[in-house]
Design a protein around this ligand. Structure first.
Ligand code: NIG
Ligand code: FE
Length: 407
């Protein structure tokens, strides 16, 4: 049985190719069994897969079909409200100053420790609805607002339940080393992460990745190495928050450890970029963070110059409060001089690479790939960044089934 036919799309973004972007005009997609059965010119596809035999038919005339966004970096699970820090930032306070005054991550930690599993789940499910409506079909969510074994495990349990209850795929990352808890010495806390939290995380058997905030004043390269190496021993693939505020060496560490990704990279230099490229580590750029911090953007062009393709993600968190991948794509273009095609590939196929899922075809509209698709109310993909601030995503399919319809 054919599950869905989408026909007469003015443009279909199939995925990356040697020229940058494999796109098709007046195309159709046939979906069967949750995966893409065929993609091609409408006439050819509908001849092989007659729409009358399909459970659902979508006329995409005048609209564009793209792969669902793969948002590979979020801290979307948290309690509390930090909108007052937004105002403080506008008055000139820096991220670090806010942190020193008891705001920032540690404030969210306090609120999250006090929230029940059900409260946290309800909140995450609401955010996932918003993400889905904006075209995200796979999202990574990190723990890291617990900073103690009990709350870190609770966060991972909520992420796991959200994955089960929500049509979006939710990918769990353990990030016990997101900050140093109040009143603790760094090394002492790293010891707890390695000897207490990580073994408990392995027993719970939910997390897939282990991330660490490798940053001046947070965790040093050596402390980060210790956490990620132990994480690997417990079955977790490394990820690194690297070179965000200063160039400390997190990118090189990610390369040494064969991490899935190195993220932020605002201060990465050519040697870092080449190390990541040589080690096959996906650089994840987060323009929303730079935008919300008023910081300088990562140099996306420097990665392209070295032939290293990047991913784009939202970094949705209480400090960067937009879960929209369309907005990240727009900032990729307007803030980092990416082309719309590069930015779109980075937010789909790039995200799949950062989550070690590209081999399934995730993030493309190629035959055999999961049928995670967005029908966008615009004649070409260029309109996604061009119409910044507006959600043009009409219909979202996850595994071939409609999750949201008509904005
Ligand atoms: O990726 N850089 C560290 N962590 C987050 C911020 C989290 C927060 O402020 O709550 C980030 O930007
Ligand atoms: Fe982050």
């Amino acid at each position: 049985m054919i599950q869905t036919i989408i026909h007469d799309a003015s443009e279909i973004i199939v995925g990356p190719d040697e020229n940058g972007l494999d796109r098709l005009e007046n195309g159709a997609v046939a979906v069967a069994g949750g995966t893409i059965a065929a993609v091609g010119p409408t006439e050819a596809v509908t001849e092989e897969y007659p729409p009358e035999n399909a459970k659902r038919v979508i006329d995409a005339s005048g609209r564009t079909v793209i792969p669902g966004f793969v948002d590979s970096h979020t801290h979307a699970l948290f309690a509390g409200d930090r909108s007052d820090e937004f105002e403080a930032k506008l008055r000139g306070a820096s991220y670090q100053e806010i942190l020193e005054e008891g705001g920032g991550i540690l404030r969210t930690v306090g609120a999250t420790r006090n929230a029940s599993e059900d409260e946290l789940l309800a909140r995450l499910l609401e955010y996932l609805d918003v993400m889905a409506a904006h075209g995200t079909t796979t999202v990574e969510v990190k723990s890291g607002y617990g900073l103690d074994t009990e709350t870190e495990l609770r966060m991972l349990s909520v992420i796991d339940r959200a994955d089960e209850e929500h049509p979006i795929d939710v990918v769990p990352t353990y990030m016990g080393a997101h900050a140093v808890p109040e009143g603790r010495a760094e090394d002492d806390y790293v010891e707890e992460v390695v000897t207490e939290q990580l073994p408990a995380v392995e027993r719970q058997d939910v997390a897939e990745f282990c991330d660490v905030f490798c940053e001046e004043g947070v965790f040093s390269v050596e402390q980060s190495r210790r956490v990620l190496t132990a994480g690997k021993e417990h079955g977790l693939t490394p990820k690194v928050h690297a070179e965000e505020f200063v160039r400390l060496g997190g990118a090189q560490l990610a390369a040494d450890l064969g991490a899935a990704s190195a993220d932020h990279l605002l201060h990465a230099e050519t040697a870092d970029i080449n190390a990541l490229g040589a080690a096959g580590v996906t650089p994840v750029l987060l323009p929303g963070t730079a935008f919300s911090l008023g910081a300088e953007y990562a140099d996306a062009g420097a990665f392209t110059d070295q032939g290293v393709s990047v991913a784009l993600a939202s970094d949705f968190n209480p400090n960067c409060h937009s879960p929209s991948m369309g907005f990240a794509v727009a900032l990729g273009c307007l803030g980092m001089e990416m082309t719309p095609a590069q930015a779109l590939v980075a937010g789909t196929h790039g995200g799949a690479r950062a989550l070690d899922r590209a081999d399934t075809g995730l993030g493309t509209v190629e035959p055999g790939a999961p049928a995670d698709l967005c029908v966008v109310d615009a004649p070409t993909h260029v309109h996604i960044p061009y119409t910044f601030g507006v959600n043009l995503v009409d219909t979202v399919l996850k595994d071939g089934e409609v999750v949201t319809d008509d904005r």
